[in-house]
Design a protein around this ligand. Structure first.
Ligand SMILES: *Cc1c(COP(=O)(O)O)cnc(C)c1O
Length: 401
């Protein structure tokens, strides 16, 4: 029997990063010694007090449905956190707790988009935006950036990409995959286009606390009332507190839209997991600072990986101010041949050859709308980073023209 799938599905694709992570896991399970730079999550264990709060909630029988959009204490904690970290004032009626930031984005596009509405997505982008816009009936409009301008979206290019159907722009700073973090001045330039073209802003700030060298990520929502009213701030505990598996994210913005998203959530997932909410509440209200030690480690790993990149002649890679990825330009390798005779025509082929021949996993730029690049995650131990960078060096040295 041939079962047909909905036509909507033809517009989306499986997540290439998750697919690669699964392949690496399978190879490792077979006993292969793979160095994994493909992961999109912190390798740290969730801090102990957060785990304890979850266990306690379980013991206390906090195992029933909660309010769909999150327990009131968590909504309040989320508002306080964003006030403290980014100086943004929201009331609980402007906040919704979801099953991860990914889910918050999904609900938002479902709530906002009409069939054919266009959404600007600067490339390189986190792949999910494009598919979520498409499945909501929208049209993702990719606006390329380049490494020469530090992957910062060019206001003129954004303006030119607008049509009467453009509803929103997605911003992700610090960025996955590039690690680029937008300064206030750069945000102001983008904000100019947003106001002129009457756009909404989807501001994915999931890496805002993972920043280095004194950089402080500001939210575009903090650039005045006009921006505040058009912006949806998306964040979560996954990256900041090494809690990816708990699936708690949140979104803040216009109360009418938040209410609509709550309704979508009512009719789909209902509340995020009760005990995970308690864990997130603990994370956001901890007196002790569990984040800085992780950020310091990420910082040292970034520098270690960057030093490894610098050893390889031809690599162009700048020092990212946030997140935990390097996104080097590998185009200089294209066209060369591996010892096994594979011709490296694209970065996708390069990533495959790296995995097969050098036992090193990295995600090809194709996954982020920027072919020719590779994403290396440094959310892994220093020894692994050293080993992986040695492998990359040897692999690059072994290639023939
Ligand atoms: C990891 C990630 C998310 C999703 O996080 P969850 O809260 O775990 O769903 C969202 N945006 C970006 C850019 C990410 O890298």
């Amino acid at each position: 029997m041939e079962i047909s799938l909905s036509k909507r599905l033809s517009k989306i694709a499986p997540s290439p990063t998750l697919a690669l992570t699964a392949k690496v896991k399978a190879l490792k399970a077979k006993g292969e010694d793979i160095v994994g730079f493909a992961a999109g999550e912190p390798d740290f264990d969730t801090p102990e007090p957060i785990k304890e709060a979850c266990i306690q909630a379980l013991r206390e029988g906090f195992t029933k449905y909660t309010a769909t959009g999150g327990i009131p204490e968590l909504k309040e904690a989320v508002c306080n956190w964003i006030m403290e970290k980014r100086g943004l004032k929201y009331s609980p009626s402007q906040a919704l707790v979801c099953c991860g930031a990914k889910h918050a984005l999904y609900n938002l596009f479902q709530a906002l988009l009409e069939e054919g509405d266009e959404v600007l997505i600067p490339a390189p982008y986190w792949v999910t935006y494009k598919d979520q816009v498409a499945i909501a009936g929208g049209v993702p409009v990719i606006v390329p950036t380049d490494i020469a301008s530090g992957f910062v979206p060019d206001p003129e290019a954004l303006k030119e990409a607008c049509s009467p159907k453009t509803r929103a722009i997605v911003l992700n700073s610090p960025s996955n995959p590039s690690g680029v973090a937008l300064s206030r001045r750069q945000l102001e330039a983008i904000a100019g286009v947003v106001v002129e073209k009457n756009l909404l802003v989807v501001s994915d700030e999931i890496y805002a606390e993972i920043v280095y060298d004194g950089f402080r990520q500001e939210s575009i929502a903090s650039l005045g009332l006009e921006l505040y009213e058009r912006t949806f701030v998306v964040d979560g505990v996954s990256k900041t507190f090494a809690m990816t598996g708990f699936r708690i994210g949140y979104i803040m913005g216009d109360p009418k839209v938040i209410k609509a998203m709550n309704m979508i959530q009512d009719q789909s997932t209902s509340n995020p997991t009760s005990i995970a909410q308690k864990a997130a509440l603990k994370a956001l209200t901890l007196k002790e600072d569990v984040v800085s030690p992780m950020v310091r480690k990420f910082h040292d790993r970034r520098d270690l990986m960057l030093a490894g990149m610098k050893r390889i002649e031809g690599v162009r890679c700048f020092k990212p101010a946030g997140a935990f990825y390097l996104f080097p330009d590998m185009r200089f390798l294209l066209g060369r041949k591996t010892p096994k005779g594979v011709s490296l025509e694209t970065s996708a082929v390069l990533a495959e050859a790296l995995l097969e021949e050098a036992k090193l996993a990295a995600v090809p730029g194709e996954a982020f709308g920027m072919p020719g690049f590779l994403r290396f995650s440094y959310a892994t131990g220093e020894e692994e980073i050293q080993k992986g960078m040695d492998r990359l060096y040897e692999f690059c040295s072994s290639l023939r023209m």
